[in-house]
Design a binder for this molecule. Structure first.
Ligand code: AMP
Ligand code: ZN
Length: 142
């Protein structure tokens, strides 16, 4: 992936602020620093998005996230929480198409990051929820 910015970071071809790396992942500061300590965890192998992970790669990458999250949490006493975000697809705000996980330390409710989960529960009933449930279940791989 010659033109992939995160592949270039994996190979240290462009400057980066790496906090952790091993044979599977690299974790480095997100240049935007949405909040102080905002870190990206990327698999060293180029995969575009979550759909391209096989089970073994998912196990290896996901297994590394808690220890990186703990290091961030322990890096400053005023970190009260961490949001872990993985965007897939333009509509979901993915802008770099080398899969990555945002670890965003949270300091307060107005620290520069926000998430909005609308509550639309009043638009659904047992039938509509069951239909959605079955539609997703039947698409699961064996
Ligand atoms: P996303 O919108 O989920 O695809 O996130 C991509 C993230 O990559 C953004 O938060 C950018 O700030 C970050 N980013 C882009 N280029 C670099 C870079 N050279 N070094 C560190 N972070 C970067
Ligand atoms: Zn890449």
């Amino acid at each position: 992936m010659d033109d992939c910015i995160f592949c270039k970071i994996v190979k240290n071809e462009i400057p980066n602020y790496t906090v952790y790396e091993d044979d599977v992942v690299k974790a480095f500061l997100d240049i935007s620093q949405t909040t102080p300590g905002h870190t990206l965890v990327v698999p060293k192998k180029h995969v575009k998005d979550i759909y391209e992970y096989d089970t073994e790669m998912a196990e290896q990458v996901f297994a590394r996230i808690p220890k990186i999250a703990r290091a961030i949490k322990n890096s400053a006493p005023d970190i009260k929480g961490i949001n872990i975000i993985n965007n897939n697809g333009k509509v979901a705000s993915q802008s770099v198409f080398h899969s990555h996980f945002h670890l965003i330390p949270r300091y307060s409710n107005d620290d520069g990051f926000s998430l909005n989960f609308s509550d639309n529960s009043n638009r659904y009933n047992e039938d509509t929820l069951t239909r959605i449930q079955n539609n997703i279940s039947k698409h699961l791989e064996g």
